[in-house]
Design a protein around this ligand. Structure first.
Ligand code: PRP
Length: 209
């Protein structure tokens, strides 16, 4: 049985369609209910819907053999997993944003609100800029508006959230997309089905380029 952790939500549904095409279908998953685990014994596959930021934990600890996680999560938490493939979907970017009229004063420590403390620290360390991290769990865009921070480091997809809140991208840090990841030990034991899946996903990704 191949255990696959998928991120709940639109990205997970899109990725499931790719897995289905690859011969790892599990029709019951399309039923609209609140179950979180779906199994198809015939194909030898079991899917779990988990919170997107938790996929890497399931895979790192071997509760799932493989999974799909955003590059943002992999950069932030650096889980000890194999990164097998860039799925070329779930594309967005990690960026620094601020109020449109914000001007950085290098004499002061920069106050950075973010969910991605490691990414922000690494980015500003590479610039030699001293910062204070203000760790928030969501709705990061509010922080500069209320004066809690000078800038934010966050994911920008369509840019709508920034626009609606009168913020603008100041710098781009790194492009983000969904990645297929595997548990290191289980990859060896379940090499055959994983390689089979990987070959089809690679083809599908090439077709979308
Ligand atoms: C993410 C991100 C931004 C928004 C960007 O938030 O933190 O707020 O999406 O998307 P956009 O550029 O298309 O507007 P998410 O929905 O994950 O919620 P949260 O960070 O507030 O929890």
């Amino acid at each position: 049985m191949l255990n696959i952790a998928l991120p709940k939500g639109r990205l997970g549904e899109r990725v499931y369609s790719m897995f289905e095409k690859a011969g790892f279908a599990c029709p019951s998953i399309r039923e609209n209910n609140r179950r979180l685990i779906f199994e198809n014994e015939e194909c030898g596959v079991r899917y779990f819907w988990v919170k997107p930021s938790d996929v890497a934990i399931y895979v790192e600890r071997g509760a799932a053999d493989i999974g799909v996680a955003g590059k943002d999560i992999l950069l932030e938490y650096r889980p000890d997993v194999y990164e097998l493939l860039d799925l070329n979907t779930g594309k967005c970017r990690m960026a620094v944003a601020a109020k449109k009229d914000f001007r950085d004063d290098p004499a002061r420590r920069l106050r950075v609100a973010t969910k991605f403390g490691h990414i922000a620290e690494g980015y500003y360390a590479s610039l030699g800029r001293e910062i204070d991290i203000i760790h928030l769990n969501g709705s990061i865009e509010i922080a500069p508006i209320l004066g809690l921070s000078d800038v934010i480091v966050d994911i920008v997809e369509t840019g709508t959230t920034l626009k609606e809140n009168d913020l603008a991208v100041m710098e781009e840090i790194v492009p983000i997309s969904a990645r297929l990841i595997a548990n290191k030990a289980n990859f060896k034991f379940k090499c055959e089905p994983i390689e089979r899946l990987l070959a089809s996903l690679r083809e599908q990704v090439e077709e979308t380029k």
